[in-house]
Design a protein around this ligand. Structure first.
Ligand code: UD1
Length: 420
């Protein structure tokens, strides 16, 4: 197993190019199941989760080439409809094939994603919505068995909670359904918006894009004619590098970004005293004279993203006073707190609220990554810490950060990938 060795305490500088968004790329790849043509997707991040989903499609009978951040996916030969346990268990987002497989074939079998490190993460809302569209759902032997022999029918779907992959799954189910589907309380994340745009460009009539009420007029089974797609920049990767600049109090820039998607994150960095220069597709963070404590509550987009919560916890260790971080989306997403304390952080947890008592001088430590974004918080702490840190179980990081050590080293960090 690989681990990262980081010699911390160095100032960073220079600029880093941000990759395409993993969470936008995954539903886009799944949506190719709905295509009648081969689909070119560019600006794909070269990370493990993308390979996992491409492999899943290949297992189902699709063909693809993938080179230099660009894939060409041909699903016309796709004939199997079973997403097996061995793949789904490594990546929950595999559930994104449920909607498109069911709407194209009228049946499919998808292994039930289990619990995961950051909480229970059920898929009940996806299933209830598909049932409203006429699907019959059974759970047997750990699989979701979905059938809709006469095809899916448009319906009015009211999500009790805002769900990102749930909205994406129902969007993809609705485009081939018969009639009109309205999704109320839909997710508005930029990744959902890009999926809507791509499906619209492929010929589907979709209204209310970027709003909490999306209406889709289904094609009654007619497959779509996709245009080439370019994945939007990864706002979470960009936010993570901005935090790398912040936690080391250095001046760095992120390039190839969409600043509009980062407003909540930029606003918190500004509140903490960092100067930001924001251009069209580039953001520079400048050192703060005095890093101020912050109050963060995670929310659905355009609120502060839960996927940036761990990184800000690492950053808050350097603030002059106590910061308060409340996690509202996932019930068990503070596992990085105890690992951050190994560096010398002082964090107190009470239910879904963490109080981070800054400023604390951090020292290198051996720590364990627990989930994707928690791992990046450990990298940030290690960059700020004096001495050598070893971050173990970095397969979590490899799921979502492209060439992490190379990018950090280009900014002047000292990061090495080693074998246990
Ligand atoms: C997506 C992102 C993930 C991000 C999360 C929240 C992808 C691949 N992953 O995950 O990085 O952290 O959005 O922004 O895009 N819920 C239910 N029942 C359901 C579905 C969700 O109760 O059927 C709950 C969840 O437990 C959670 C909340 O709804 O408390 C939001 O989860 P959701 O938006 O669905 O997260 P994901 O789509 O899995």
């Amino acid at each position: 197993m690989d681990y990262l060795q980081i010699v911390g305490g160095k100032k960073l500088g220079g600029s880093v190019k941000i990759s395409g968004a993993k969470n936008a790329a995954l539903p886009l790849i799944a949506s190719t199941i709905l295509a009648k043509n081969g689909v070119k997707i560019s600006n794909l991040p070269d990370v493990k989760d993308i390979n996992t989903l491409l492999r899943l499609l290949e297992n189902l009978g699709a063909a693809y080439t993938y080179e230099g951040n660009e894939a060409f996916i041909e699903t016309s030969g796709l004939e199997k409809t079973t997403a097996t346990y061995d793949i789904v268990r490594t990546m929950r987002a595999s559930i994104l094939v449920l909607g498109p497989l069911l709407s194209r074939f009228g049946h499919c079998e998808v292994s039930l994603p289990g619990g995961c490190a950051i909480g229970q993460r059920p898929i009940d809302l996806h299933l209830k919505a598909l049932e409203l569209m006429g699907a019959k759902i059974d759970i047997k032997n750990g699989y979701v068995l979905a059938t809709a022999p006469d095809g899916l029918k448009g319906a009015q779907i009211l999500f009790d909670k805002i769900t990102v992959t749930g909205t994406e799954n129902i969007l993809m189910a609705a485009v081939l359904a018969k009639g009109k589907t309205t999704i109320i309380n839909a997710a508005k994340e930029p990744e959902v918006t890009q999926l809507c745009q791509v499906l619209k460009d492929a010929g589907v009539d979709i209204e209310g894009i970027e709003s909490e009420e999306i209406t889709i007029y289904g094609t009654a089974g007619e497959l779509l004619d996709f245009k080439p797609v370019e994945v939007i920049p990864d706002r979470i990767e960009a936010g993570t590098y901005l935090c790398a600049g912040a936690v080391t109090n250095s001046k760095i820039s992120v390039e190839n970004v969409e600043p509009l998607h980062l407003e909540a994150v930029l606003s918190k960095l500004t509140q903490m005293g960092f100067g930001l220069d924001v251009d069209r597709d580039r953001i520079t963070i400048n050192p703060a004279e005095n890093i101020k404590p912050v109050k963060i509550v995670t929310k659905e987009y355009p609120g502060f993203p839960t996927d940036m919560q761990a990184q800000f916890m690492a950053l808050a260790t350097q603030a002059q006073g106590p910061s308060i971080i409340e996690e509202r989306l996932f019930e068990n997403r503070f596992m990085h707190a105890s690992e951050l304390m190994r560096f010398g952080a002082d964090i107190s947890l009470q239910g879904s609220v963490a109080t981070v008592f800054g400023p604390k001088k951090l020292f290198g430590a051996d720590v364990m990554a627990t989930d994707l974004r928690a791992s990046s918080a450990l990298v940030l702490a290690a960059l700020a810490a004096e001495g050598v840190s070893n971050i173990h179980r970095i397969y979590h990081l490899d799921r979502g950060y492209e060439r992490l050590e190379e990018k950090l080293n280009m900014l002047g960090a000292d990061v090495r990938r080693l074998k246990e």
